[in-house]
Design a protein around this ligand. Sequence first.
Ligand code: LMR
Length: 394
Amino acid sequence: MFGNLKAQPADKILALMVEFKADPRTDKIDLGVGVYRNAEGITPVMRAVKSAEKRIWETQESKSYTGLAGDSAYTQALSALILGDAVAPGQIAAVATPGGTGAVRQAFELVRMANPDARVFVSNPTWPNHLSILKYLGMETIAYRYFDEESRAVDFAGMMADLAQVRAGDIVLLHGCCHNPTGANLNLTEWQAVVDHLNATGAIPMIDIAYQGFGDGLEADAAGTRLVASSCPEVLIAASCSKNFGVYRERTGLLMAVVHETAQQALTQETLAYLNRQNYSFPPDHGARVVATILNDEALRADWQAELEDTRLSMLSLRQKLADELQTLTGSDRFGFLAQHRGMFSRLGASPEQVQAMKTKHGIYMVGDSRMNIAGLNAATVPLLARAIVDSGV
Ligand code: LMR
């Protein structure tokens, strides 16, 4: 039986992680996988997470099962963090999932159950695992233009032209903030235009929000998602706590379905719980419990927000430093987009050969499509990267 297996394509982000590890050079720079690193190159456990874990360790008396949907203290607190009061709680069906990837997977499965003919429109480019999961599930996928390679900004006219093809019941996958891999994001006027188009056509938005708090702040980063949730009759939202709570390995995600007819909420909630049961029964609890403990405690929440804000500002300052350095080296503003992009990533716009040259000659690792993790930099490595970019002819 095992001999019948076919080798599967490697995930390019995870393959790069392995390649970086194996490189013996001590001055190598990792701008690959989307993990936050501080100026010392460490991915810290956030202060509030440590405190919450201590509290849980001291007070938890049982590790018995929670519920198929996860702990409601978590699903409610995280739903509120993302949606604010954009939607009445009775219109939300929500389940905890193993990470944001789990939420994305369950969302696609829910779509396939409800409407096997749905086509899923994804931005070109998008997170490679979106495409991989859709392919694995055998769902029809259509790319819409998103990124203008020249200006490195959103090609909004191209996006809307491509979305003109959507039909009622199709899914349009949008990144809530901090677009991965480009770093280029919709403004609120553009979000509104997308909402109007979806409502005119009957297509259904699905939002992947994995970096809330990494772009313009916790509230601003949720603004597009809240607009969609309050304006469209049916919405899917896949969220991750991996980055903004720094709990990557704990696999802490949430899938929400916003349902317009309150009568459908119970059926949707039951179906989401059913999907959890089929795939893994109970979702992981530790990360979710940590997140709920933080969000439901005033002091821990304030401390978490302060640390998250420091993280966000440090990435913004690295962006500005890199843009300034490149301005000085090239005497032009053509890398100004680096300071305009938001979140962990920017797509530099280098060719695969230039990306390869930066790796071979300078030990700088970025994803093959020239996605750079800005949080992999520090004050000392920004000038090295800037010189390597110029040296590689980008
Ligand atoms: C990334 O895009 O690098 C992260 O979301 C990590 C992952 O799982 O790919």
